[in-house]
Design a protein around this ligand. Structure first.
Ligand code: PLP
Length: 388
């Protein structure tokens, strides 16, 4: 049997894979088992922040690998402490809990918000969390519950109670729900990634800020996809003049290794006490050393490059017949086309360009350091396929 056949037989059939087997890569280029080259505009879903095999990242990983690969959270290690310090320095948050994925980072955010309410009110009365319709927060039972899409609330019940869904941009509905339910937090993505790269307006965020202050609600921002330089700022919320109480992040943070991080602000820094939460792999020294490398390179110069590339893509695609709308920020872009996205994605793949989708849109999440020449080559092919 070849790899595809073995995979089809032995891997749980939850994924609908494209019929290509990736064997290696270099930067924003990937190669399949027959040596065919692809330009990668997906970064493994916004994970490979600096592409594949980046030298500086690799040496940070190998250097830690040569020291110790895992210790458990019974002991101190340098990469974990350093990374937490860097994250707090750059966000104004106070403490960090490390886990291994976006869903876990959100689980911790939810636990912190609930325990904050418990400590504040002395009971579990204010356990509710408002989340947005069309959001995506993960695949565990609780983060599925948090996800404001009915399609995710089927066949796996009972789901965790305590989530109230509100229509994005509908300020009146939000106000009404906040007075109807005893809530601890509002949880949101500033750009809904899986939901179709839908960006929240400044006006809506302002209303959330105002309401959160009046009703003493925490603001949780899910930066799993928007985080770590993806949108042209270190975190997506930084476009809005917002200071969240809790930030969750994952995907691109360690540049290709599993990590989740939940950042706790002033109000919630002590909401989780000894023994209230934990993770065996959380704070893994190799993942953390990788993340220290990635985070230290997300600077003004890189963000300028991200913005330039973003502007280039928007400019090139905006005048193409067949493009209905371009959404998103930085190198997290959604493209609504007249032709079905699936068809364009398959055709681009044949021509050696890998593109993702989100709902009915094309979704671009290239490595932040993709070269202009590779980007031009890929966008030229994409334009041809949208027009064809
Ligand atoms: C991908 C994603 C998640 C889930 O992350 P996993 O690492 O797959 O658990 C949660 N929230 C958002 C916004 C995401 O994009």
């Amino acid at each position: 049997m070849n790899i595809q056949q073995i995979d089809d037989q032995f891997i749980a059939n939850t994924y609908h894979r494209f019929p290509i087997q990736i064997v290696r890569g270099n930067g924003a280029e990937l190669f399949d088992k027959d040596g065919k080259r692809y330009i990668d505009l997906g970064s493994g879903i916004a994970v490979n922040t600096f592409g594949v095999g980046d030298e500086s990242w690799k040496s940070a990983v190998i250097s830690q690998l040569n020291k110790v690969q895992h210790t458990s959270n019974y002991y101190y290690t340098e990469p974990c402490a350093k990374l937490a310090e860097m994250l707090c320095d750059r966000t104004g948050m106070k403490k960090v809990f490390f886990s291994n994925s976006g869903a876990e980072a959100n689980e911790c955010a939810i636990k912190a918000a609930r325990r904050y309410a418990f400590l504040k009110y002395g009971d579990e009365s204010h356990h509710n969390i408002i989340t947005l319709k069309n959001s995506f927060h993960g695949r565990t039972i609780t983060t599925l519950s948090a996800t404001g899409q009915d399609a995710f609330h089927k066949e796996f019940g009972p789901f965790t109670p305590g989530f109230i869904y509100t229509e994005p941009e509908n300020i009146e509905q939000l106000k009404q729900l906040v007075s109807q339910y005893q809530c601890t937090a509002i949880m949101l993505e500033v750009i809904q990634g899986e939901g179709g790269v839908c960006q929240l307006s400044q006006e809506y965020i302002n209303a959330i800020k105002k309401l959160a202050k009046e009703k003493q609600l925490l603001i949780i921002v899910d930066e799993v996809q928007t985080g770590n330089g993806r949108t042209g700022k270190l975190y997506g919320y930084m476009h809005y003049g917002l200071q969240p109480d809790i930030i969750s992040t994952a995907k691109g943070l360690a540049g290709g290794l599993p990590i989740g991080a939940t950042l706790l602000g002033e109000k919630v820094q002590n909401a989780l006490g000894y023994g209230t939460h934990g993770s065996t792999f959380g704070g893994n020294p190799i993942s953390c050393a990788a993340a220290v490398n990635i985070l230290s390179r997300i600077d003004e110069a890189l963000m300028e490059q991200v913005q330039k590339k973003s502007n280039y893509i928007k400019k090139e695609l905006s005048y193409i017949k067949g493009v209905v709308e371009i959404s998103g920020l930085g190198l997290m872009l959604g493209i609504k086309t007249n032709k079905p996205a699936d068809k364009i994605i398959m055709n681009c793949m044949e021509k050696g360009v890998l593109i993702l989708s989100a709902k009915d849109k094309l979704r671009l999440l290239p490595p932040l350091n993709i070269s202009f020449s590779l980007l031009e080559e890929a966008i030229t092919i994409l334009k041809e396929e949208i027009l064809r």
